[in-house]
Design a binder for this molecule. Sequence first.
Ligand code: IVH
Length: 685
Amino acid sequence: MPSGMSPGADPAARVDALRELIEHHSRRYYLDDAPEITDAEFDALLDELAGLEAAHPELVRPDSPTQRVGGAVSALFTPVTHRQPMMSLDKTTSYEELQAWGKRMERYISGEVRFTCELKIDGLAMNLLYEGGRLTKAATRGDGLVGEDVTANVETIRAVPRTLGPGAPDLVEVRGEIYMSTTAFDALNDRQTAAGERTFINPRNAAAGSLRQKDPAVTASRDLSFWSYQMGAIEGGPRFTRHWETLEWLRDAGFPVNPEIRLLDGLEAVDEYCRHWLEHRHELDYEIDGTVVKVDDLAQRGELGATSKAPRWAIAYKFPPEERTTLLRDIMVSIGRTGKATPFAMLEPVVVGGATVSLATLHNQDQVAAKDVRPGDTVVVRRAGDVIPEVRGAVLAARPEGLAPWVFPSTCPACGQPLVRLEGESDTFCVNVDCPGQQVQRISHFASRGAMDIEHLGERTVRAFVEAGLLTDVADIYTLDYDRVATFEGWGPTSVDNLRRAVDASRDRPLANLLVGLSIRHLGTTGSRALARAMGHMDRILAASTDEMAQVEGVGPVIAASVHQFFALQRNRDVVERLRAAGVNMQGPEAPALPQLLAGKSVVVTGTLAGWTREEAEEAIKGRGGKAPGSVSKKTTAVVLGAEPGAAKLAKANELGVPVLDEAGFAALLETGEVPSASQDPGPG
Ligand code: IVH
């Protein structure tokens, strides 16, 4: 990794070293499709070099990577000279830098400036040449002047038009991004895993690897997509004065143009667009690494011109990276409350996606095998939004010699009993019901906030009590021997009293919380609430058949079967009886008191409402017999729109013509069961 320059080091030597490093990593990225470092780490090298060159102008050379567009041309493909160079983009990361860019532009142009704001798609730049209305050449960006001929491969991509129809220019270069959707990427990696093949690290690598193939049949099998966002050379055809018009023309000519592109006035609105997408980037079905802001007026673009590397009329607003490389110290297996054995990575701590990550999930046995990550590897770690950090894969080029593959353990690390993996299942389980590892997880889950919410009974305490034989199942919590607790280190009279009080208070939790706390496979918060509401009492659940439970809205056959199976075991019934004897509440909320006005209707809530929390709004819908799913479909009755709504949900609602309600409309819907007629689309653009 790039280390900062130590004081007194020779800047010329560091500049040389950086150029060599950048050259090396460029080759790994553009030619081999096998980067050893993440994009952000590469950018950091470039930034360091640019900083040194700015401080020591005598060290600048025309062939420095700071003066050129990255990339190179592999001998595998025929070189293609672009009609118009494919430049790179300068970048900003803040409103201040955006304003500084605006200020710089004032030196070249005056008057109003409008901006097209686009998403920065994380894929592979492509130049499509159409002559006489036919696709004649498709080329990668290469070094910006000369790219690689990948026409045969691009011809297999459905989203790329082969012909342009009547009125096409004599010649036109259409630029855009070849990318792989997240859905396609996940499906591809699932197929790789099932076939025992190595998985791809991220959608960008998968797209690049799929495109730069000698055999177009491989590309054809890979479900690649395309967004067009820029026109290069154009001869004999429509004349454009604004970028927005070129985008409209592209759309009419059959090119996919991203629906999130906006035309905005003023950098404040631009900044809002950028920050909106920083927050909502994960709602898209493709990865973006920022936004791109472009001057819309083509005459102004002409006046602004370009540096040797990038135009002055556009800038990339880069998001903080969500991927970093780090050392994989070890792989361990944790045992969950259902006995599931989950492998996880112990990492050299690394800051990524706004947090320091030292643990990351590896999901299951097949995923470790498909990723083929080994302790001692340099691995790519991703942390996106609130999602748990994940190891995406190993950097093979950095693998030390002789590193042995990791082998999934055959026995439970907590109890030593054999681990079992059933035919057709991807998960491995410890099936020993007395496994202390499972006991700890089950009891701490029972005490956790989403279940019985017992303060002072966290996982560490539970582990200590289990190890001392004070707890073996959740019912033991209510007969805890506090005299013995008082003998534990750190447990003074106040702590013991606090714990006793917290345990007492938990006896009154609603039935739904108790159901959540029992660790019944497949039964989560939503299913527990539905079951508690519909059945009203634990005794009715104990007596219910699978069919009866499956009838409950929000439960379904899988959960019903699992709940039934759980209570078929005498051991589990005994736990319930001991909880009852300890005075734990077994009663649910009253049977539905509300008129079931929304029965058969499905209402999606997105964004923040002023008068309801998300949970309250969804409860209000479900309490009236309706469904409150997390995504919009043909079956959606209405979408309730709060502040900062999910863009994907709104777009889908508009696309399907689903009515969109504000809070007042939502209140009316709850009141009457009917969608108020004045509903309309308040969405932007
Ligand atoms: S415009 C001169 N628009 O970003 C302007 N580029 O560092 C050329 N990219 O190589 C690019 N989304 O691969 C433009 N909406 C967008 C883009 C975009 C992604 C990529 C493209 C280019 C790189 C620039």
